[in-house]
Design a protein around this ligand. Structure first.
Ligand code: SF4
Length: 254
């Protein structure tokens, strides 16, 4: 027969003695990563599907949580470094530059861009993504999110402003928990209008937040349309409970 102590030990599995120290090791580096310290809003953020989240970000509201478990982001960052190295090694191998990796340039004044890759031979702007199983299935079926699509065309705009020909934009999805054979590539012709629409949405949200004076009346964030869903779990302003504007209950709204 199981004792009461046995039952308690089933409910609370014991943590390994190293769990906390390894977590601290990872979180220490994670919070010092350039992306965590980034001040300016960038192309990866302005196409955000949820306008309320975009407004929190634009207004640089203090983050209420870390945005969920950081491991997917850490793996994504490390994989981007690996791809940069792969591009550079390939260029050295063929004796010319085919893939320009991690080029930095402004999209508009005050908005720095950092493009994963530009394929000189096909004039294609490429973004690498490393989604989990659920997202991978969704992207294969329905294409990229508005955020990802906007980001790709914003980089296209940045490259064309530099004078580079841009024929297509592409997103290469690698399954984070899968095989290379599961890679999925989405692409479409570059259209500066898609980039400009994302910028207009960004400027419009900025104007709305200022007009609502959310700085002094945070309850007015409730008047900015919110897109509730799976992504709320990763939102830095996700705060279950009553909606007060200072945080957002997302899909848990009462
Ligand atoms: S919690 Fe969800 S609905 Fe609320 S701001 Fe964040 S992403 Fe938008």
């Amino acid at each position: 027969l199981l004792t009461f102590v046995d039952i308690l030990s089933f409910e609370k599995p014991k943590q390994h003695a190293l769990t906390q120290s390894i977590t601290d090791l990872i979180m220490h580096k994670y919070h010092r990563a350039p992306r965590s310290l980034q001040q300016e809003i960038g192309p990866s953020e302005i196409g955000e599907d949820c306008l309320r989240k975009l407004a929190y970000n634009i207004m640089r509201e203090p983050k209420l949580n870390d945005g969920g478990d950081p491991l997917p982001s850490i793996i994504g960052t490390a994989s981007h470094l690996w791809m940069e190295d792969a591009c550079n090694q390939w260029n050295a191998h063929i004796g010319r530059t085919r893939y320009i990796a991690e080029a930095a340039f402004p999209i508009v004044p005050g908005m720095p861009g950092h493009c994963d890759c530009y394929d000189v031979d096909t004039a294609t702007v490429i973004d690498w993504k490393f989604p989990g199983v659920t997202k991978m299935t969704a992207y294969k079926k329905g294409g990229p999110s508005l955020q990802y699509r906007s980001q790709a065309h914003l980089y296209g705009k940045g490259w064309s402003q530099l004078g580079a020909p841009v024929k297509d934009v592409a997103i290469v999805f690698f399954p984070r928990g899968g095989m290379l054979s599961g890679m999925h590539i989405w692409s479409e012709p570059f259209d500066v209008a898609i980039a400009d629409a994302a910028l207009a949405r960004y400027y419009g949200t900025t104007e709305l937040a200022l007009a609502l004076d959310v700085e002094h009346f945070p309850e007015n964030y409730m008047r900015i349309p919110a897109t509730k869903g799976h992504a709320c779990t990763y939102c830095n302003w996700f705060k279950p409970g009553d909606d007060t504007g200072t945080g957002c209950p997302g899909w848990t709204v009462k």
